[in-house]
Write a protein that binds this ligand. Sequence first.
Ligand SMILES: *[C@@H]1O[C@H](CO)[C@@H](O)[C@H](O)[C@H]1NC(C)=O
Ligand SMILES: *[C@@H]1O[C@H](CO)[C@@H](O)[C@H](O)[C@H]1NC(C)=O
Ligand SMILES: *[C@@H]1O[C@H](CO)[C@@H](O)[C@H](O)[C@H]1NC(C)=O
Ligand SMILES: *[C@@H]1O[C@H](CO)[C@@H](O)[C@H](O)[C@H]1NC(C)=O
Ligand SMILES: *[C@@H]1O[C@H](CO)[C@@H](O)[C@H](O)[C@H]1NC(C)=O
Ligand SMILES: *[C@@H]1O[C@H](CO)[C@@H](O)[C@H](O)[C@H]1NC(C)=O
Ligand SMILES: *[C@@H]1O[C@H](CO)[C@@H](O)[C@H](O)[C@H]1NC(C)=O
Ligand SMILES: *[C@@H]1O[C@H](CO)[C@@H](O)[C@H](O)[C@H]1NC(C)=O
Ligand SMILES: *[C@@H]1O[C@H](CO)[C@@H](O)[C@H](O)[C@H]1NC(C)=O
Ligand SMILES: *[C@@H]1O[C@H](CO)[C@@H](O)[C@H](O)[C@H]1NC(C)=O
Length: 574
Amino acid sequence: MAAAMTVAVVLAAVVAAAAAAAAAQAEVIGINNQFPGPLLNVTTNQNVRVNVQNNLDEPLLITWDGIQMRMNSWQDGVMGTNCPIPPGWNWTYEFQLKDQIGSFFYFPSLGLQRAAGGFGPITVNNRATVPLPFDQPHGDITLFIGDWYTKTHVELRNMLDDNQELGVPDAILINGRAPYIYDSALVPDGLQYETVGVEPGKTYRFRVHNVGISTSLNFRIQNHNMRLVETEGTYTNQQNYTNLDIHVGQSYSFLVTMDQNASTDYYIVASPRFVSNPRGHEVAGVAILQYSNSKGRASGSLPDAPNDNYDKYYSMNQARSIRMNTSAGAARPNPQGSFHYGSINITQTFVLKNEQPLSINGKRWRTINRVSYSPPETPLRLADLHNLTGVYTTDFPAMPSNAPARIASSALNASYKGFLEIVFQNNDTDVQTYHLDGYSFFVVGMNYGEWTPDRRNEYNKWDAISRCTTQVFPGGWTAVLVSLDNVGIWNLRAEKLDNWYRGQEVYVKVADPLGYNITEMVIPDNALYCGLLKERQKPQVHESNSKSSVQGDAGWSNKLLTTMILVVAAVIFS
Ligand SMILES: *[C@@H]1O[C@H](CO)[C@@H](O)[C@H](O)[C@H]1NC(C)=O
Ligand SMILES: *[C@@H]1O[C@H](CO)[C@@H](O)[C@H](O)[C@H]1NC(C)=O
Ligand SMILES: *[C@@H]1O[C@H](CO)[C@@H](O)[C@H](O)[C@H]1NC(C)=O
Ligand SMILES: *[C@@H]1O[C@H](CO)[C@@H](O)[C@H](O)[C@H]1NC(C)=O
Ligand SMILES: *[C@@H]1O[C@H](CO)[C@@H](O)[C@H](O)[C@H]1NC(C)=O
Ligand SMILES: *[C@@H]1O[C@H](CO)[C@@H](O)[C@H](O)[C@H]1NC(C)=O
Ligand SMILES: *[C@@H]1O[C@H](CO)[C@@H](O)[C@H](O)[C@H]1NC(C)=O
Ligand SMILES: *[C@@H]1O[C@H](CO)[C@@H](O)[C@H](O)[C@H]1NC(C)=O
Ligand SMILES: *[C@@H]1O[C@H](CO)[C@@H](O)[C@H](O)[C@H]1NC(C)=O
Ligand SMILES: *[C@@H]1O[C@H](CO)[C@@H](O)[C@H](O)[C@H]1NC(C)=O
């Protein structure tokens, strides 16, 4: 059986919303002429083939956030495993959605490009033989929330290269659109906002992703209860929330029943959290929930954000309340809780500490354990395959120290089939989020203060949520446990784009002594070569670049600057 879908990628130029200031213009990266990009809708264990045509004027890699690429880091789409797709070239990804369900997203992984868009949703559905742990919702509604700057990603990059901080974002967007005018003093007229149309009485699954640059957001829907059901591939113990903090890179599914009267539309809100600059709180992302029988526009003030100025545990307790439903089946029919992670002995521990930006040779860098990662031109995995030495080292410190900060291309060794504990220690003054490729980890503990081994006594050893992106509160720690069952070299990164760009990442090398072509899949025939191996790369013959046939419209724009098409043809087969 084969299903075909054609995906196209555009660089659309649109009018971006500077919600607090006047409207300004900015370019966005679109996919298939859309911003956000089209849905990749698949079912557990299906194979996927996506042809990515790069019509940007810079190198591109698309990464599939949360997709585990089992034994197949060749498809992960990050610098450590893949050579970038040069401008004008195309490249075909092929991978399997093995043993996964859930709500994820894809995005461009290089050089701050996500700040310009290029992201889209991935939905991995249950197989027919594994029932959902709730009634089939009437429909799916995907919402991308995130902070936004009117500067282009190139300008933002230049600022960081120039030792400047990015400052307060210009807007919070929902599905690439400006806020509804909830307050005419804050939101200028004439910008398009997102409207979500619904039927009264029906229940919908909202899949919400924070794809922003660096701002944690509080998500809520006026007068509506949000029943949390899934987090990054794990069905949760279903609980009701009136609002939830969603940190950069995190994904959640909520069931929302349209059980209110339709006397007006309702606000959908994503407002900044944990922002030290008071200006950072001025603007919220606001979309409209509109019943089909709605009798009028939404008006009045937004539903309240959590009032927790003096309660630093509010958000942490909310995070701790998100638990796995141990009796629900997911990718497999057997219950999620049948893997008793809490009774497995830890074989290896990394304590990874981040700090405020550190100066190295006069420039500001972000570090983990005083190392700022510098991606070598030759991907780590390719270097290994070709027995190249000197590309990177494996001496990345597994524990914090007071060593002088340095820039290095260094990875962490981890033992295949081991059981790894990673403790993230946040010595900075804002919330940090970390993401690990290739895996889902159990978030067993978080607290304030300095982590010490006796904190293991507070770990949740029974129903901790298993996910791929976790927050770490300022001055606090988060501990995760990972079963090292996936061979490859996997990116562990700060999801905040500015921190990531400044070197806050590392690769975790999970090597199997049996190795290549036994447990690990072989390198694909179409692999690109670069760096020390660039002589191996054959030239690519190109079809003509259809540059102007389609107009990109990212939603609220009526003024297009330029339009370039990134043609991406995707085929899904199983
Ligand atoms: C996604 O695929 C599932 C299973 O094939 C289907 O039921 C659903 O309607 C699809 N959703 C969308 C939005 O296309
Ligand atoms: C959540 O809210 C719904 C009504 O919207 C209610 O039926 C259900 O019992 C609540 N669940 C919990 C765990 O409180
Ligand atoms: C509809 O509900 C709102 C509050 O949810 C209430 O203020 C309003 O009076 C209700 N309108 C009608 C017509 O019932
Ligand atoms: C857990 O999943 C089961 C389905 O296996 C479902 O019946 C139950 O309601 C879920 N419990 C909670 C608390 O979400
Ligand atoms: C875990 O370690 C304890 C001692 O620390 C040992 O008694 C136990 O057998 C180990 N369990 C497993 C499954 O290896
Ligand atoms: C790398 O080394 C291995 C083992 O020594 C060898 O089998 C393999 O052919 C070498 N690969 C290349 C590309 O030279
Ligand atoms: C990491 O593993 C490699 C083999 O894969 C080994 O050669 C190297 O010495 C290890 N590095 C450390 C620091 O243990
Ligand atoms: C950072 O670490 C230093 C030294 O351990 C400590 O004094 C300070 O309180 C920490 N700050 C935060 C925000 O964790
Ligand atoms: C992988 O292993 C299979 C079976 O042993 C062999 O036929 C194939 O040539 C190998 N491929 C590569 C690229 O080494
Ligand atoms: C991708 O490149 C190949 C050549 O490597 C070419 O045959 C193919 O037509 C290209 N596909 C697209 C969509 O441009």
